[in-house]
Design a protein around this ligand. Structure first.
Ligand SMILES: Cc1cc2nc3c(=O)[nH]c(=O)nc-3n(C[C@H](O)[C@H](O)[C@H](O)COP(=O)(O)OP(=O)(O)OC[C@H]3O[C@@H](n4cnc5c(N)ncnc54)[C@H](O)[C@@H]3O)c2cc1C
Length: 334
């Protein structure tokens, strides 16, 4: 029987799932370990009672031709659509039009669908928080979760986690740890509000200037079971950092106060109000390499912190990682 290599990917965000999908069919034994109970990482959604908000990335753009082809395939599968929303700039109630030329896309009907679709190609083990990687004398890695439970042995391990998580997992591997540690991430408080009656705001989303908020967006699918008007608010990195340790209730009121002041419309009591703090939202200084891989010990890392701080960056990094794993396995077999 020919040698059948095994690969573990840690993290079922967009980069890990892209890598897994690209390796599908090439690697017979491939497992993706995800600490959460669902896939997507920073494109996942937030459930608040009957509402489900896109509380992380709200849309994406395309710069790279390879990513363009991937998005075309996603469009053909009807999991992504162009987002022809009316997006403005708002400053203390003053509305002005913003760049109308950029083509934006969203997952359809939710951002998370992109990740869910990718999981069809991968064997994902959820609620699996990988905490320890043990190098074997004869090559390969043994993985363990936070309780010390054994998760399996693999020839190759890919860390598809955010930079700070990669730095912890790779604490014994300076070539990965040091690069991951050098990356700083922004903080982002995200507010999710549902109102019983439609707010008198004609636009779909706005970049907000001169405010604790930077972005407000109507989330049309969040309350699809009811007729509510749902909005997601993102606070600026500076404001979020200042309030990172604050009580949720305090942040919730501060975000809502800023929203009324910025939009200058009559206040309404929300029927649902939640906040989430992304303590590691987007990388400020990605390392500028598509992905990292150490051939001698069969371990690599990918994610937006390698390439660019957006979904496109995560996808391209995942592809680059898969390419390097294939080359490694070919050399290994020869
Ligand atoms: C508030 C916000 C707004 C954004 N806005 C935009 C935008 O408008 N446009 C855009 O293109 N991008 C945007 N982004 C960025 C985009 O979401 C990310 O670039 C992209 O999703 C990163 O994917 P990733 O796979 O690199 O990492 P992640 O999505 O972070 O995936 C990593 C995964 O690894 C899992 N994990 C971590 N540690 C472990 C472990 N020890 N064991 C098992 N699993 C583990 C995590 O649970 C997670 O699922 C935004 C992000 C945020 C937070």
């Amino acid at each position: 029987m020919p040698y059948q290599p095994s690969v573990a990917i840690i993290g079922a965000g967009i980069s890990g799932l892209t890598c897994g999908t690209a390796l599908k069919g090439m690697v017979p034994h491939l497992k993706v370990f995800e600490k959460s109970i669902f896939p997507g990482g920073r494109v996942s959604q937030f459930r608040a009672g009957e509402f489900e908000f896109n509380h992380g990335a709200q849309y994406f753009t395309i710069n790279n031709p390879l990513f363009h082809n991937i998005v075309s395939a996603w469009q053909a599968d009807n999991i992504v659509r162009p987002w022809d929303a009316w997006i403005v700039e708002v400053q203390k109630g003053q509305v002005s039009n913003t760049d109308m030329a950029t083509q934006r896309f969203t997952g359809y009907p939710r951002m998370m669908v992109m990740a869910e679709n990718l999981t069809r190609n991968c064997d994902v083990v959820y609620s699996s928080n990988v905490c320890e990687m043990e190098r074997q004398v004869d090559g390969g890695w043994r993985l363990f979760n936070e309780r010390g439970d054994y998760l399996g042995a693999f020839d190759v391990v890919i860390l598809a986690t955010a930079a700070h998580e990669t730095a912890i997992l790779a604490s014994q591997i300076p070539q990965l740890r040091d690069k991951a540690e050098s990356v700083e991430m922004t903080v982002c408080w995200s507010g999710m509000f549902a109102f019983e009656h439609r707010l008198n705001l004609p636009y779909d989303a706005a970049y907000v200037l001169d405010s604790p908020l930077t972005w407000i967006c109507r989330d049309q699918q969040a309350g699809s079971v009811s007729q509510s008007d749902c909005w997601v608010l993102h606070a600026s990195p500076e404001w979020s950092q200042r309030y990172v340790a604050s009580f949720r209730g305090r942040v919730m009121h501060a975000l809502l106060d800023a929203f009324w002041e910025d939009t200058d419309i009559p206040e309404q009591q929300p029927v649902s109000a939640s906040v989430h703090c992304w303590k590691h939202a987007v990388p400020i200084n990605p390392i500028g390499e598509d992905s990292l891989f150490i051939d001698s010990i069969g371990i690599g890392a990918c994610g937006d912190w390698c390439t660019a701080p957006r979904i496109e960056g995560a996808v391209l990094s995942g592809f680059s990682m898969a390419d390097r794993v294939m080359k490694h396995l070919r050399n290994f077999q020869e």
